[in-house]
Design a protein around this ligand. Structure first.
Ligand SMILES: *Cc1c(COP(=O)(O)O)cnc(C)c1O
Length: 409
């Protein structure tokens, strides 16, 4: 019998899988050469049986830990019942998800999508339509203020307002209607406002830019500025939200309630792409039947998984754990006093370690950590991001620190 038919996943070694990917897959990523085949909690295993602590958590999509048993059970049960209805019909999981996420986040309404970028696109469309129909901005002239260093996804419209050349070059022409202001600078935001400003779109902590935190009080000042000018405050919490920073939302660290909060990633614990735009009835109410949609958005499988993911966050106290153990993790990193480290920053378990001139690139540090059984990824040239699943314990952190010390010492 043909071997290929016997086993759908042939036994190849690490390098053989790397070679296959390099030959057949588009090169839009530069991954570490580790080929994973299994995950459990904070651990992942490669095809040769090596075990690693996952310190990236799929860019914070796996806050609940890999293959959480409750999510496995929920997904299996739902797969056997019903997976996709489209929104032409209603489904029971959608109704319950919408109620539960609104109660948890204290928003009035929600619009579920799939990827993070789609939820950001949804928010942009809602803000524009709100601008025309509620604020009276002349048609096709709405402006949205965005910030230097932003990352909101990869669609053509979203990259149109990126300040990162690599994300944009040769992908134009770009979508107009966005104004870039310097992140963390309230005066720059003031300067950017016009009569046509419908909204601002901001990450409360910039993840992809390198765990960049704005000055304390900046988000509140910006929020007040928006209120004074009848501008929507839209917070992209796709990476920072759902417990990652030690609060439900990173914006909770300041005294604000964004008009729009966008979530994704950990909303489904890494099982399935589920994202959502959360807001009030005035803003989400701008969408009439037929004006926005998604075939998979709000599907019963995604909704069942998302419901369980949110329950796990609350019932396993992952938000409190992120706060406590994130603090512990950062304190340990600082206490290491590494001669390569310029700054340790972040909130909760979203931690950035910026390396100095002497260290140069973060990549070799990540490769050394990989050899010692810790997976993390450099962001930009000289920053290492540590963002393990939120279920990590102090003992796990202690064990990891011994290895991290070997690399940074
Ligand atoms: C990852 C991310 C996105 C995009 O999400 P995708 O699911 O990759 O489309 C948007 N905004 C922020 C802040 C993110 O971290």
């Amino acid at each position: 019998m043909n071997q290929q038919l016997n086993s759908s996943t042939p036994k190849l070694n690490n390098q053989q899988f790397v070679d296959l990917e390099n030959k057949y897959a588009a090169r839009n990523y530069h991954p570490l050469d580790v080929v994973l085949e299994k995950g459990e909690g904070i651990w992942v295993y490669d095809v040769e049986g090596n075990k690693y602590l996952d310190c990236l958590s799929a860019y914070s999509a796996v806050n609940q830990g890999h293959c959480h048993p409750r999510l496995v059970k929920t997904a299996k049960e739902q797969i056997e019942k019903l997976t996709l209805t489209s929104r032409a019909f209603r489904n029971n999981q959608l109704s319950l998800f919408c109620k539960e996420i609104c109660e948890l986040t204290k928003y009035e309404m929600v619009l579920p999508m799939n990827s993070g970028a789609e939820a950001v696109e949804t928010a942009i469309k809602a803000a524009r339509k709100w601008g025309y129909t509620k604020k009276g901005i002349p048609e096709n002239e709405a402006e949205i203020i965005v910030f230097t260093g932003n990352f909101h996804g990869r669609t053509t419209t979203i990259i149109s307002f990126s300040s990162e050349e690599d994300y944009k070059t040769h992908f134009g022409p770009f979508t107009p209607g966005f104004t870039l202001a310097e992140y963390g600078n309230i005066e720059a935001a003031k300067q950017a406002i016009t009569d046509k400003t419908a909204a601002i779109l901001i990450e409360p902590i910039q993840g992809e830019a390198g765990i960049i935190m704005p000055p304390q009080g900046y988000l509140e000042d910006l929020y007040n500025l928006c209120k004074e000018n009848n501008i929507l405050f839209m917070s992209d919490e796709i990476q920072t939200g759902l417990g990652r920073t030690g609060r439900l939302f990173a914006s909770d660290y300041e005294n604000i309630k964004p008009d729009v909060t966008i979530v994704g990633k950990a909303l489904s614990g890494g099982f399935y792409p589920v994202s959502a735009m959360l807001s009030n009835a005035e803003i989400l109410g701008v969408f009439q039947p037929g004006q926005h949609g998604s075939t998979f958005g709000g599907n019963p499988l995604g909704m069942a998984v998302a419901r369980e993911s949110l329950k796990i966050l609350v019932e396993e106290n992952l938000i409190g754990n992120a706060y406590e153990n994130g603090k512990y993790f950062r304190e340990k990193l600082v206490a290491m006093n590494s001669r390569f480290v310029k700054e340790v920053r972040g909130r909760g378990l979203l931690i950035g370690v910026e390396l100095n001139e002497e260290a140069k690139s973060a990549r070799p540090f990540c490769e050394k950590l990989q050899q010692l059984g810790i997976l993390c990824k450099e962001t930009h040239y000289n920053i290492i991001r540590f963002a393990p699943p939120l279920i990590i314990t102090k003992e796990d952190i202690d064990a990891a620190m011994e290895k991290i010390a070997k690399v940074l010492a």
